[in-house]
Design a protein around this ligand. Sequence first.
Ligand SMILES: [Ca+2]
Ligand SMILES: [Ca+2]
Length: 141
Amino acid sequence: MTTRKHKTGDRPPGSFSFPSKPPAARHLSRILTRGRQELFSSRMPSQLEGAMGALITVFYNYSGNDGDKHKLNKGELKELLHSELSDFLTSQKDPMLVEKIMNDLDTNKDNEVDFNEFVVLVAALTVACNDFFQEQNKNAK
Ligand SMILES: [Ca+2]
Ligand SMILES: [Ca+2]
């Protein structure tokens, strides 16, 4: 009888796990290519379009400071996390947190976080926030 000890996808407790590909990303990019004309016309952006624009702006505010202008190195990622997600960071006591986040986000292992990798973090945190609020709602009833 053989006992298989190793399980695939096992992670040490406390580490982050992000989906490797944002769902429906390809479909979305097709829509975007078609809708780009309308998206960047002079009308006021919708709330969601504004949020998407803000996401892009925030990323490039930090990615352009050092080295590759289109990617966040570890220093830039740390700066972004501390400035833009300070509440999230202070609630986590792990001193290796930035390293762990960097490791989990950097799916192509080039030691940089590009925009595609960055949005996975935002999506995962947004999902976590939504779960939290749903839980709060449930408890309030
Ligand atoms: Ca950079
Ligand atoms: Ca990368």
